[in-house]
Design a protein around this ligand. Structure first.
Ligand code: ATP
Length: 512
């Protein structure tokens, strides 16, 4: 199965089993807006819980808040979004498709990188004792590709920094980038496009004001810095976490829930003393990478991508990229934002925003390390890593979602063998012992084999079969999703077994 086929199957599977639906589908949908179905919402809530607990419960110096989507319009002037939250867009005149100019260049770079990787793999097969680092440094073909990549990256950074849109177009032409749809290089000029949605607050008679739907949750944290610090008597270093909706009028609406116009973010701003920010940047880089790796999708599925073009206020920035079916792409950004945000809000609001450090006996504007991750991109990460079609011994194919057990939408399926002889009643009793802590599904229809397949397809880690013997021996059969192994266990032991397998604790402990 190619990666493209996998991606198509994943989208169809997400719909068929109630994970993700196109928004307003009966009206032919709304581009880049999606709804979460009955299972999707459970998966999404579990991802949010894992993030929230790993931030606020594992760190005594991080607290959470929940701020409004609407904010004073000046917030977005201070943050720079009104002036500069733009993407450079370009259209292909033949296909009439619109692209982000920087993304076209980044995709070209990724292709060159793939060519280098192919050279490395070829060489690895040729030599017994292969020194990859040495090969990358000395092979002339690799060096030539790398030179082209560096030149393109530098030119992209230069032109975007200088807002030189003619230069961006020239770069696209020089790299001979063609439209993936029409295959032609017949491009329009590059234009800047502001991504913020606006609307009106107040009735027109009152003199309505333009306000924005927030394009990120971070600003709600910055404007509440003093409120939280004072009311919570927080001492630096400390962090504020928030999960919430964000809105961006994205130019290119492709790749399913990877790029949406309404999405959710999980952001944490960590306030530190000036001069210590790069140490904390390293710390959060590692912590956040470990969080991703703890999901068990394999370390090779992740990479850091350090920013070449730093925003003028940042002194370090990196992305954590995940290997989606369409290549390595950003799921999370980690940014060292200096004192830019708090200083700008102080300037625009006219309020003093400083912190008095009792240890240093001085006041300063704290520096900030931000970790910012998209909930929806996490859902896509989990779904695309989890989706598998396995060939069984008899030749049958089973479709299974190997979702990390703690994140699975349904934790346990209870399957009474027949719908009589007291088995449904015993099943109900078992559900009563588990339902306060876990999402449980009762499935009574069809053969046990068919029920297993249904549960595999939605990623349920455990199936519990209640049979006639269960009435007498008070035991049930547990079947594990990934190994398909079955074991007979006492009903009284179920709560502990389930907690060990699907609880969040084991995953959280891995992070310490
Ligand atoms: P990209 O370069 O992909 O547009 P970005 O660098 O603009 O992303 P940030 O502003 O750093 O993204 O936002 C932080 C996180 O929010 C991203 O890592 C991503 O997971 C998520 N995110 C941003 N834009 C979207 C979107 N349109 N749809 C879904 N998630 C998004």
């Amino acid at each position: 199965m190619t990666q493209e086929e996998l991606f198509k199957k994943l989208i169809a599977h997400s719909k068929e089993y109630g994970f993700i639906f196109q928004s307003s589908e009966i009206y032919d949908g709304l581009a880049a807006v999606y709804d979460y179905g009955q299972l999707g919402v459970e998966l999404k809530n579990n991802i949010k819980k894992y993030w929230w607990d790993s931030m606020t419960k594992l760190h005594s110096n991080i607290v959470g808040i929940d701020t409004a989507i609407f904010m004073h319009p000046k917030v977005w002037e201070a943050s720079g979004h009104v002036g500069a939250f733009n993407d450079p867009l370009i259209d292909n005149k033949d296909s009439k498709k619109r692209y982000r100019a920087d993304v076209l260049i980044e995709e070209w770079v990724a292709k060159q990188q793939e060519k280098i990787n192919k050279e490395v793999e070829k060489a690895r097969k040729r030599f017994d004792e292969f020194d990859e680092t040495m090969f990358r440094q000395t092979n002339p073909r690799v060096a030539a590709y790398q030179e082209k990549i560096d030149a393109a990256n530098n030119e992209m950074a230069r032109t975007l920094e200088a807002n030189d849109l003619v230069g961006v177009k020239a770069l696209i032409e020089n790299l001979e980038i063609a439209c993936p749809i029409s295959g032609t290089r017949n491009w329009t000029d590059v234009r800047q496009f502001n991504l913020m949605f606006d609307t009106k607050i107040g009735s027109v008679t009152e003199g309505a004001n333009t306000i924005y739907l927030r394009p990120e949750t971070a600003q709600g944290i910055f404007v509440n810095f003093l409120n939280v610090q004072k009311s919570g008597r927080q001492k630096i270093p400390f962090g504020i976490a928030q999960i919430g909706k964000a809105f961006r009028n994205e130019i290119v609406a492709r790749q399913f829930i990877f790029r949406m116009r309404e999405f959710e973010q999980m952001e944490m701003q960590f306030f530190v003393a000036p001069g210590t920010e790069l140490k904390w940047f390293e710390h959060w880089k590692q912590f956040r990478m470990n969080w991703h790796k703890s999901l068990g999708f394999g370390d090779a599925s992740y990479q850091f991508h350090d920013h070449i073009k730093l925003a003028h206020y940042a002194n370090a920035a990196t992305d954590i990229e995940f290997k989606f079916p369409f290549g390595f792409k950003e799921v999370e950004g980690i940014h060292s934002r200096t004192d830019f945000d708090l200083s700008r809000h102080a300037e625009f609001s006219g309020k003093k925003i400083t912190y008095f450090d009792t240890e240093k006996n001085e006041s300063y504007v704290p520096y900030v390390i931000e970790t910012s991750i998209g909930v929806d991109r996490m859902v896509l990460q989990v779904m695309s890593a989890a989706y598998k079609e396995e060939k069984l011994e008899g030749g049958d194919i089973r479709t299974v979602l190997a979702i990390p057990a703690a994140l699975a939408p349904v934790k346990v399926a209870i399957l009474p063998l027949v719908k009589k002889d007291g088995l449904p009643e015993l099943a109900a009793k078992i559900i009563d012992t588990l339902k306060f802590n876990y999402n449980i599904q009762l499935d009574e229809k069809d053969s046990i084999g068919k029920r297993y397949r249904r549960q595999d397809a939605i990623g349920t880690p455990l199936c519990v079969t209640v049979d006639h013997d269960s009435i007498n021996d008070n035991c049930v059969t547990i079947r594990h999703r990934d190994t398909m192994k079955q074991e007979r266990v006492a009903i009284s032991e179920l709560p502990q077994i389930v907690e060990n397998e699907v609880g969040f604790t084991a995953m959280l402990k891995k992070l310490l």
